[in-house]
Design a binder for this molecule. Sequence first.
Ligand code: HEC
Ligand code: HEC
Length: 457
Amino acid sequence: MRASGAAIRVIVVGLGVWSGLSLVGLPDLAEAGSPGSKPPNVIVELGKQLFERKWIANDPRCHNGDGLGPVFNEASCVACHNLGGVGGAGSNARNVVIVAPITTGRLGIEGTQAEQARRLAEIVKFETGFPVAGSVVLHKAGTRPAYDVWKTWLLAKEFPMFTLRKSERNTPSLFGTGLIDALPDSVLEEVERRQTAIDSEISGRVCRLKDGRIGRFGWKAQIPSLEEFVLTACSVELGLEVPGHHQSIDPSSSLKSKTQGQVAELDLTSGDCVALVSYIRSLPTPVQIEPVSRAVSEKWLEGGALFKSIGCATCHLPTLGNIDGIYSDLLLHDLGPANSDSGAYYSEPIEERSDLVVASAAPADSNLEKGASKPKPVIGAESVEWRTPPLWGLRDTAPYLHNGGAKTLEDAIAQHRGEGSGAAARFARLSGMEQGKIRGFLMSLAAPSPSGPRTDQ
Ligand code: HEC
Ligand code: HEC
């Protein structure tokens, strides 16, 4: 088989082939065009320009690189991150589509789960040109017309050995992510210990990555640092080649073209990347808006107290480490099969290691998992597990949940199952007036420069 033995390079949302280098330590930081010696405000301003810039194919501003693409989801960061201001959340029209191969069982793939996953990835690569081990971004567009043809073919074709399970990811807001980045791992581990010790209905866990680090960004907590997420976003969302992280490849061209394997020139220098990360770090933290009256202020206080008393605050912790008002523990929680989704994020073929249990991308009903009573994975997030999203800025982040599936706050709460079902049931039993107080409180949490009228106080 053509693909067998070959290393399978996979482009995964939020996780790619990142070398683990620190940006600050990259050697070409001092190169021409780098902002290395410029004052911080100038660097942040350059980062803002890069965040808002609409890139084009063969962009002359991309040094020697090929600019936007070969595959991309939008032409700029701000195209998705814009609700409540530049850097905010995104509408469902901007959702990122990911696919995971699920075996149909007609193949009879033998062996352990890790071996099955590797075999399946090889078959997918062989049949589609699409490199898959876990969940892979299915890009919205490509710079070559052949990409559209391939994508139409892929989505229409029925494969005998696997189906491609499609999922979506809604764009989260970036306000306050600098604080999350600075939080020590020990804070998350301490919350994990506390929740496990209490042994109630809720036991969140940190997302451990293959290299032992702890993830904290992304809906699956799959990325450990802001810097890595930003670089991943450059390469995955925009198709920009950045230091240590390759731009996503065009799977349609990888089927036959010789361009695969060629090293692309950098689209952004490490200096550009430092600027972009500095800008995101400099974004302000969400705020609580001013109440219009004392009565409103009291309503919010009561709403906040109710939020705690029915158990929302066990996961949506008001304070985490030194971050006040985040309303998250940044831990993974099982929200039940109704919220399950292609789960695992890997950048390499999954290695068979007897000492590790690795999260599976397959949903609970897949044949890969049938009959197995699975221990919780040590690595990665299970398909039913999600990172508790911070609720700060909530007023400006609808639609809600990982796939943008909840238009309203009430929808989002009602969809809490698994570890969240107790709190959701207690919310449902509150009176309309009490629910209104919680709504009032949560909707007072807004983007830093909120836009639009404030009529529902
Ligand atoms: C096509 C829409 C889209 C574009 C364009 C986009 N993003 Fe995102 N962004 C997302 C989605 C969706 C997620 C959540 C992904 C996940 O969790 O799997 C995300 C998550 C992030 C996060 C992690 C936030 C958190 O709290 O977990 C950062 C940081 C980020 N994006 C930065 C950027 C930067 C920088 C750019 C431009 C280089 C960019 N994004 C371009 C859609 C987009
Ligand atoms: C067991 C932990 C847990 C509890 C308890 C919990 N949540 Fe959540 N909450 C989550 C997780 C995890 C998600 C993300 C689920 C997803 O994206 O599918 C979430 C998502 C949300 C969202 C959507 C946020 C966004 O940005 O999309 C809102 C709003 C919310 N919760 C409010 C509440 C309220 C109100 C309560 C109490 C009734 C509550 N939650 C109880 C874990 C919890």
